[in-house]
Write a protein that binds this ligand. Structure first.
Ligand code: 6PG
Length: 244
């Protein structure tokens, strides 16, 4: 059961994304002032597009010292960066192309490579970032799929039982497409996890996940429980309509 205090409901999708972007800036600024660096793992899919657009434009863009921020990806589809399905492509368009972040601070998952090779390379990249950030990602942004998946951790996947690897190659059984995903050991080591969920079509799954008593492989999002971190759910009223 997710405590009420970790759930924020916004009247409109626009307000949700603006508030989520403002909160992310606050998290980044605090990390930069406390530790001199900041790492954020970005979620993919369609939902966060507007959030990243707000983040990449005035006034929020100007309030972040991008040269000290490291951006990671929670997951990626096994497609080249130019592909419309690529999470990197969406982030590049909405955010990376509009902020002065050094290319070396953007840790892309090589979707164009064979997934197990891309996972191996990304894991060593992530470890490098962790080594400079006190061993934890400051904030992991996550979305929620209609089947309860998050990142590319799908219901019943063997990746859900992973205890040590930080990154795994998986297959999205819905499409047969390969993916690379952060694992629960990595996500659950984060200082903060923020779920951003919008739309009426997510009302049913939001209700199921937030009402679930404990972690279950049937609903991977329920397994995101960083022992030393905070989980925040930011949802719009449409996605919350199953809770009322
Ligand atoms: C992905 C995401 C995935 C996404 C959910 C929600 O690569 O697709 O990482 O976990 O967040 O599937 O997707 P939508 O925002 O498109 O509904």
């Amino acid at each position: 059961m997710i405590e009420k205090s970790t759930l924020r409901v916004y009247d409109t999708t626009e307000r949700l994304h603006l508030s989520a972007a403002e909160l992310l800036v606050e998290v980044m600024r605090r990390a930069l002032s406390e530790q001199g660096t900041c790492s954020v793992a970005l979620s993919g899919g369609a939902t966060p597009r507007l959030l990243y657009h707000h983040l990449g434009g005035p006034p929020l863009r100007e309030s972040v010292e991008w040269e000290r921020v490291h951006l990671l990806f929670g997951d990626e589809r096994a497609v080249p960066p130019g592909d419309p399905q690529s999470n990197y492509s969406m982030v590049e368009r909405e955010l990376l192309s509009r902020v002065p972040i050094p290319p070396g601070n953007v840790h892309r998952i090589a979707g164009e490579k064979e997934p197990t090779e891309a996972a191996r390379e990304y894991e060593s990249d992530v470890k490098e970032v962790l080594a400079h950030g006190g061993g934890k990602i400051d904030c992991v942004l996550l979305g929620l799929g209609g089947d309860g998946h998050t990142a590319s951790l799908f219901p019943g996947s063997s990746a859900l039982r992973e205890k040590s690897a930080l990154v795994r190659a998986v297959v999205d059984r819905r499409t047969g497409l390969g993916r690379v995903t952060m694992t629960l050991p990595l996500i659950n080591s984060a200082r903060r996890v923020i779920f951003v969920v919008a739309g009426k079509e997510k009302a049913g799954i939001v209700r199921r996940v937030l009402r679930e008593r404990g972690p279950t492989v049937r609903l991977p999002a329920t397994m995101v429980r960083p022992p030393g971190g905070e989980v925040l759910w930011l949802i719009d009223r449409a996605a919350a309509s199953g809770l009322l």
